[in-house]
Write a protein that binds this ligand. Structure first.
Ligand code: PGA
Length: 260
C-alpha cells in the first residue's frame, strides 16, 4: 500500500487549564502509546504546552502549537515564536486555521510568512485551508482552495513543501456536526494533491499528507481514512476527550492495517 502514514491531530483550541490538560494527556498516553501505524499529535493551548510535553515524554505522541508569529523573538507582546515552540517540545504547528482567519485577521500572506518561520524553526506546519458554506454554495470550493494554496505556499521550494501537512477543513463542517461526505472530502483532497503535483511535481504531491478536518468522530474516521487522498484528520471537539480521541486513532489504525 503506497499511501502515506496517517496523522491524527487533536486541536484543543482554547480549552483546558493545567490540571485538565494533565488528566487528558495522561489518559491519552495510556490509551494510544502503543500505536505505531498512525502518527498522533496534540496541539494544546500555549499555557499548558510545558505540562503536556512533560507527560508525553516517552510516549511517541507528538506535540504541536496552534499558531505562531513569524519573528524568532522581539518586542511582539502576546506572541509566540517557532523557536519557543521548538524549545518546549513541539514537532508540529497548526497554521492558518479558519478560526484564525475569521477572528484574528489572518490572510494567505500572513499564513505564508508563518509557514516559512515554522520551517526555519524546524517545525512541521499543518496548513489549514477550506471554503465557507457560502463559497461552496456558489461553486467556488476549488477556486478558494487553490488560491489559499497558491498564496499560502508562494515561493516555497519543493523540499520544504513535501514536509508539510495540509488540513482541508470546510468551514461549514467545523464544530457543526456536519461532516463532509467521504466523496465530498476525497474530491477536494484529490484536487489539492493534483495542484501540488502540477506546481511541485508528483513526488512532492505523493509525499504531502492531506488531513481532513470538520466534525471528525470515532464513527466517521474509518470511512474517511480509506479514501485514496485522505491521510488523517485534524480533530477539534472530539480531541478534548481522551476516550473519543483514542477511539479515532484506533479506528484509523484498524482501517490502515486492514488495507495493508
Ligand atoms: P471540529 O474542529 O472537529 O470540532 O469540527 C475541527 C477543527 O477546527 O480543526
Amino acid at each position: 500500500m503506497a499511501k502515506r502514514k496517517p496523522l491524527i491531530a487533536g486541536n484543543w483550541k482554547m480549552y483546558k487549564t493545567g490540571p485538565q490538560a494533565g488528566e487528558l494527556t495522561g489518559r491519552l498516553k495510556s490509551l494510544v502509546s502503543d500505536v505505531v501505524d498512525v502518527d498522533v499529535m496534540v496541539a494544546p493551548p500555549f499555557t499548558v504546552l510545558g505540562v503536556v510535553a512533560e507527560i508525553l515524554k516517552g510516549s511517541g505522541i507528538y506535540l504541536g502549537g496552534q499558531n505562531l508569529f513569524w519573528e524568532a523573538e522581539g518586542a511582539y507582546t502576546g506572541e509566540i515564536s517557532a523557536p519557543m515552540l521548538k524549545a518546549v517540545g513541539c514537532t508540529y504547528v497548526i497554521i492558518g486555521h479558519s478560526e484564525r482567519r475569521q477572528y484574528f485577521g489572518e490572510t494567505n500572506a500572513s499564513v505564508n510568512r508563518k509557514i516559512r518561520a515554522a520551517l526555519v524553526g524546524g517545525l512541521i506546519p499543518v496548513v489549514c485551508i477550506g471554503e465557507s458554506e457560502a463559497e461552496r454554495e456558489l461553486g467556488q470550493t476549488f477556486s478558494v482552495v487553490q488560491e489559499q494554496l497558491e498564496e499560502g505556499l508562494e515561493g516555497l521550494i519543493s523540499d520544504d513543501v513535501q514536509k508539510l501537512g495540509i488540513a482541508y477543513e470546510p468551514v461549514w463542517a467545523i464544530g457543526t456536526g456536519k461532516t463532509a461526505t467521504t466523496d465530498q472530502a476525497q474530491e477536494v483532497h484529490e484536487f489539492i494533491r493534483g495542484r501540488m503535483g502540477t506546481v511541485y511535481g508528483n513526488s512532492v504531491a505523493n509525499a504531502v499528507r492531506i488531513l481532513y478536518g470538520g466534525s471528525v468522530k470515532p464513527e466517521n474516521i474509518g470511512d474517511l481514512i480509506t479514501m485514496a487522498d485522505i491521510d488523517g484528520a485534524l480533530v477539534g471537539g472530539a480531541s478534548l476527550n481522551a476516550d473519543s480521541f483514542a477511539a479515532i486513532v484506533r479506528s484509523c489504525v484498524d482501517s490502515v492495517t486492514d488495507k495493508a
